[in-house]
Design a protein around this ligand. Sequence first.
Ligand code: SF4
Ligand code: MG
Length: 328
Amino acid sequence: VGLTRHFKAKKPSLFARAPLVRAVENVSFKVRRGETFAIVGESGCGKSTLSRLLLRLIEPTAGTIRFEDRDITALPAEEMRRLRRRMQMIFQDPYASLNPRMSVGELIGEPLSVHGIANGKEKAARVAELLAKVGLLPDHANRYPHEFSGGQRQRIGIARALACGPSLLIGDEPVSALDVSIRAQVINLLEDLKAEFGLTIILVAHDLAVIRHTSDRVAVMYLGEIVELADAATLFSRPLHPYTRMLMAAIPVPDPRARSAEPITEGDLPSPTDPPPGCLFHPRCPHARERCRQEHPSLRDSASGHAVACHFAEEIAAGQSAGLALPP
Ligand code: SF4
Ligand code: MG
């Protein structure tokens, strides 16, 4: 609730005050047990920072984090360490996140010894079981990360994350470094594991295509804020925020004639150290008016379970729905 994280940026000169980077600003949401919750936005929107805040891999500037009915914002390090058995992260680059000098068996077994869950023969048996769960072979345990493809490495990372029996998995762009052809396999694996182990999954992604068929609810982030939050079916059939519509227009479609009628907005992400006044999206928004330059729109309920941070969301959606064709 109200999660905020500011970073001090590099000082431009010795005498200047270091500018503050608003990486995540007053973000609130609740993830339901057993769902796949997606956080989507361009790189630099704060989604990776947000996912690290949730696990307290970095500390929030303000706000609170609750996990399984417990406020964990100020939990002491030792208790937090124990709690991390239940909340695990899968990283974007499986190669960088796996120690190259450790065998696959050691990598997957390490959390088991660290948390005192299993050792010796029992650990070896658990590792073999975990390898099978992610679609790898028992004798892969004796090999090293460099001997595997990107997709296989991500499977190793997933097995390692699963080792302690977590209830929450956070994937920070777990497939964006992989070939397009194997992304679906890894996403499907996560979905299978979610069903088998009753996991809750938070999936961070920079495009909507990746999460389209897997997420239950989606939060769209822009410059450190959530600008739209809805269940996936609603978001994809009736996107309300102009930024969400822009992301949708960027989803590749097989038939170019079926392309969205929404104009693709030009422009880059403004600097998070110097955010524009009013609506943060107004410099790029094709619908921006005077009010947008003055007044910051807060996230408000538009329909039940559908929240949006745009002054004119309904009006824009009503005016354009006729011309909006989404890919199947
Ligand atoms: Fe665009 Fe204005 Fe809505 Fe912001 S508030 S998204 S500038 S229409
Ligand atoms: Mg990132």
